[in-house]
Design a protein around this ligand. Structure first.
Ligand SMILES: Cc1cc2nc3c(=O)[nH]c(=O)nc-3n(C[C@H](O)[C@H](O)[C@H](O)COP(=O)(O)OP(=O)(O)OC[C@H]3O[C@@H](n4cnc5c(N)ncnc54)[C@H](O)[C@@H]3O)c2cc1C
Length: 657
């Protein structure tokens, strides 16, 4: 299809054009050239030459500063950790400096593309799926500054929690609280309200002292509780919808060991001690509830000066236990009724068949809080006031076990079997100021998290998922709970979310829409979660909507495909277009911005540090030519099937929950 015609009578231009075309064809044979339009060259001798596509993207890249690389590849496949979803972004971009990040944002605006930032893709939903541009900051994760007195580290936002702890440990500090793993990027963890389990701690974002974020107009803005507080509160839990978080100043605590103990108890013991000792006696406590046995493993830990001490080894705790449970779960996909027996056998083998059995160990805080999350899984976790815990657990237990009036849950549980454990954790954010607008925890009291895990043995979905989750979410809504963003909730409407977050969602939306008026950072997940709460019924110009999800491969994940709502022609006038130039070419004229300047649009930035944007500095493209088969974790199959970590006698799987 011929959609634009350019006349060039200049030999140099033709020469450059051919050069570049060859180069592009070699490096980017798949999509950039293939998917778009053609250009016609009229030579000075009046011959006509059809030139393979000079994509709008390449045109825009040619106008930017060649000294700032644009590190993009065109054939990346993105997977969530649990292999629940995958997508193929048009471009996968891994910038390494702030100007490179700003260049990406400015180019996306001009090329009319949505941007999704991805950490390590541990959120199991379509939150990080896109067919547009995916930005990953794995190459942007340096330590920038240590303040030993304030116990803070300033880091580039792509840093993973594990590496952040490495840096902190070098100066005698450590992250004060962690969830079950430390693989996440710091930006990804705070963006989704990630939490651990402790009444002495809140969300991981509570330790963020300041942030720097690149907004849709390409400007990098600092914010904190003192500076630009509204933006700070919106960015503390932003779901990737506000801009690209590029720096995080994080408060640490002194590095230390923790001594943990775990014991098998009855569910009634858990409920009886709920308001007294269960959560309050140690700094860290979490509970694994076994719904059919009506028992629970209580794991708790306290800081200690004792030297490290390993947990007692159990022949079953390594690969044997890991593979046994995996295969029994697989079998239960076909013979559902074995699940209560599987729970009894697997957890009995590891933690004992009678209550009161205790294990303990001493580990550094940085690793002691972690656990092995086993296999690919669905997770459906909700936050509710801690005081409602006993009632909710009692009702859910009655429903799962088909007792009495079945917990007053209006869904049939006939033939329904669930997996173990149901995770029971806590946090307390009630003393925190300022709070993130999208904080899903209870503002007035401590918060309980209930997580209905369903494993996907060998990536096969368990048959009862939909009915279980529909009933579970109904019960959660009945008690006014709010979902954990980075989980698989699916039966809850955006109206409920709108009501649950009320004025806070409205304020977050106002700030978001001011910072990103065209919806460059918005996608289907945000629309499904917030609906009209996004402040606009019609899609934003750059908002990405779902076209389809389809099975990728049997036993694998759903392939997600999106499209941008607006027709996404270039942001430049037709007569300004010109073919892509080689890096040596003189710079083309700048294309007009479609975003407002900071003074016009981003009121919340007044008084904030807003560096001069790198936008409109003319340049040339720098696509990388090596094949991109996905980042290191994408390629590591072990991450989907879990990882026994140690050999047959290993203890690192079930040794602690
Ligand atoms: C095995 C496992 C265990 C887990 N354990 C826990 C747990 O104990 N507690 C808990 O609360 N959660 C837990 N989670 C959830 C996990 O913490 C979140 O999904 C977290 O967001 C993952 O971080 P990530 O770097 O993979 O981010 P991604 O999943 O890649 O992204 C999450 C969100 O962050 C945004 N984002 C990422 N980087 C940036 C950036 N630089 N700027 C702006 N936005 C950005 C993305 O756009 C997206 O909206 C677990 C998940 C898994 C798979």
């Amino acid at each position: 299809m011929v959609s634009r015609v350019h006349s060039y009578h200049d030999d140099d231009a033709e020469c450059e054009l051919r050069l570049d075309t060859e180069c592009c064809a070699r490096k980017h044979h798949r999509r950039l050239l293939h998917a778009s339009v053609s250009t016609i060259l009229l030579h000075s001798d009046h011959t006509v030459q059809y030139v393979p596509d000079m994509d709008n993207i390449q045109l825009e890249i040619a106008r930017t500063d060649p000294s700032t690389p644009f590190r993009a590849t065109t054939h990346h496949t993105h997977y969530t950790w649990a292999k629940t979803f995958s997508s193929r972004p048009e471009l996968y971009i891994q910038p390494q400096t702030l100007p490179e990040i700003q260049k990406v944002v400015n180019l996306a605006r001009k090329c009319r593309r949505r941007i999704v930032v991805v950490g390590c893709g541990h959120s199991p939903s379509i939150l990080t799926c896109t067919s547009s541009w995916m930005v990953n900051l794995d190459g942007y994760r340096r330590l920038l500054k240590v303040d030993r007195q304030k116990k803070t580290l300033l880091v580039e936002a792509g840093i993973r929690l594990r590496q952040l702890n490495d840096e902190a440990n070098k100066v005698g500090l450590t992250i004060p609280n962690l969830g079950s793993i430390h693989d996440q990027s710091i930006a990804g963890a705070i963006a989704t309200a990630t939490h651990g389990s402790s009444l002495k701690h809140g969300l991981m974002s509570e330790s963020v002292k300041s942030l720097r974020i690149v907004l849709a107009n390409g400007q990098a803005v600092r914010c904190s509780s003192e500076q630009n507080q509204e933006l700070f509160r919106a960015a503390l839990v932003s779901l990737g919808a506000l801009g690209i978080v590029v720096e995080v100043e994080y408060e640490m605590t002194d590095a230390c060991n923790i001594e943990w103990t775990q014991s098998l108890e009855t569910l009634s013991h858990v409920l009886d001690t709920w308001d007294s000792t269960l959560w309050a006696s140690k700094e860290f406590t979490r509970v694994w509830w076994m719904p059919y046995m009506k028992r629970a493993i209580i794991w708790s830990a306290e800081k200690t000066s004792l030297p490290e001490r390993a947990a007692e080894s159990n022949f079953y705790g390594g690969a044997i236990g890991f593979h046994t449970y995996h295969n029994l779960l697989y079998l239960s996909n076909y013979v559902l009724a074995i699940l209560p027996w599987v729970e009894w056998f697997v957890f009995g083998m590891q933690y004992g068949f009678r209550t009161g059995i205790t294990t303990s160990a001493v580990e550094p805080l940085r690793s002691g809080l972690l656990m092995n999350c086993l296999y690919s899984q669905f997770v459906n976790e909700w936050a509710l006031p801690l005081s409602k815990g006993p009632e909710v657990i009692t009702r859910l237990s009655a429903w799962i076990n088909g007792e009495g009036d079945q917990g007053r849950v209006p869904f049939s549980n006939k033939g329904l079997y669930v997996h173990c454990p149901i995770e029971v954790r806590v946090s307390d954010t009630s003393r925190n100021e300022p709070r993130p607008y999208l904080d899903n925890t209870s503002p007035d009291e401590a918060t309980l998290y209930l997580n209905a895990t369903l494993y996907r043995p060998y990536l096969r979905d368990p048959p009862c998922k939909d009915r279980y989750y529909e009933a579970f979410e109904w019960l959660m809504r009945e008690v006014g709970a709010k979902p954990h963003y980075a989980k698989n909730w699916q039966f809850t409407s955006s109206e409920y979310i709108g009501e649950a977050f009320g004025e806070n969602l409205k304020t977050w939306t106002k700030i978001r829409n001011e910072a990103d008026p065209e919806g460059m950072f918005l996608g289907e997940w945000h629309r499904q979660a917030f609906g009209l709460g996004l402040g606009k019924e019609a899609p934003f110009a750059l908002e990405e909507r779902q076209v389809q999800t389809e099975p990728f491969k049997p036993g694998s994940c759903l392939f997600w495909k999106g499209e941008l709502s607006a027709s996404n022609g270039p942001a430049v006038a037709a007569d300004e277009k010109r073919p892509l130039s080689s890096p040596t070419t003189k710079h083309a004229p700048e294309s007009p911005s479609v975003a407002s300047s900071s003074g016009e649009s981003f009121d919340m930035m007044h008084g904030a540090e807003a560096e001069k944007s790198a936008m409109f500095t003319p340049s040339a493209s720098e696509f990388e030519d090596e094949d991109d088969e996905g980042d290191e974790t994408d390629r590591d199959e072990k991450r989907y099937h879990g990882n026994p970590k140690q050999g047959w006698d290993g203890t690192k799987v079930f040794d602690k929950m």
